[in-house]
Design a protein around this ligand. Sequence first.
Ligand SMILES: [Zn+2]
Length: 219
Amino acid sequence: MKYLFLLIFSSALLFAQDGDEEFVNPKDIIPKVVIDLRYSSPDHSFLSLPQGDVALPKFYTANECLMTYKLAKALKLAQDSLMNIRNFNGNFYPEGIGIKIWDGYRPRAVQYLLFEVYPNPAYVADPASGSKHNRGGAVDITLIDLATGEELQMPTEFDDFSNQASHTYTSLPAHVINNRDLLKNVMVNVAGLLIYGAEWWHYEVPGASTYPLRDFQMK
Ligand SMILES: [Zn+2]
């Protein structure tokens, strides 16, 4: 009996690991998450490049977010925790704080196009080896007031590739640092995700670099 239990238990673990790499729509698991895929918008730019800001074309065919099940489960833990916050940083959040997703799974073909615009691996992963976004293991996110949908003030806009986007940048008002730190603390300590030092908005699951590279468009 004991062995049967162990057998079932280990099969369940194996099954869970297989399922973790499957792609899901995070909306199905986190109904209140806001999806605003910036690369599906006609008016998004890379900011603070050496040549100035560069407007990007619309790279995605739909504002439909996908990611691995493992990452979606981690974001749900974070969202469940953030929703309990009412008072933070001198502000009142009647429905708590929420997550807005700017990017999740990114087709590898788009990685080539982004790298053409800014071939700097500190900010845009080399498509030859692929980004963790191409593997469904990374997200770019910010925090919102769930009652109004308004974004909390963060150090920079999304895709601002200046020092100000770094987690170690401190020449900022205290409330902005507190917002950035809240996002980091929840993503790391509650969701178990990893930070990327140069970009306050990027989080990824440990081991994401072993997931397969994918290249299909959203529908
Ligand atoms: Zn990212």
